[in-house]
Design a protein around this ligand. Sequence first.
Ligand code: GTP
Length: 170
Amino acid sequence: KNKVHNFKVVLLGEGCVGKTSVIIRYVEERFDEKHVSTLQAAFKSKRLNLNGTRVNLSLWDTAGQERFHALGPIYYRDADGAVLLYDVTDEDSFTRVKNWVKELRTMLGHDICMCIVGNKVDLERSRVVAAEDAEQYAKSVGAKHYLTSAKLNKGIQELFSDLTQWMVEK
Ligand code: GTP
């Protein structure tokens, strides 16, 4: 009952979709307009208490730039959860998510809890990826779908608490 669960969560997705921003919003409760490309990967940890269950999340922020793609396995290999992020104003970033899904399913099967996340929903007017399409796709691959804005702090708490709950139950 007093056990602390340790889970590793990896964030994957194209450069500039907001992986660092989502983590910084969640862990440090702030937002930065500047884009600083993550090189290789960065790590943050977050403790939470989910209805009495203590959890320690290790959040791995990976580099989105294509030249770092081959490093992916180092970070997702032993992960319990994956957050596959796309930018709702960028169709290519959604295609990139689909590629990550294929790679993760091939390498890890169904051992990993996958969340597909459309970030930047505050840019509603520039939206090109329809929520229903993303939702349906996620369902078809056994993933859950969320919409977030790191800028406006929308959907981020819910994303990580749902994912944590899922990992606890698994
Ligand atoms: P790489 O490290 O290159 O892979 O990028 P990343 O995916 O970590 O993206 P990052 O968090 O650095 O964000 C990229 C840019 O998008 C920055 O200028 C952020 O301020 C901006 N951004 C992130 N999240 C949001 C959001 O929810 N809404 C808006 N409007 N901009 C955002």
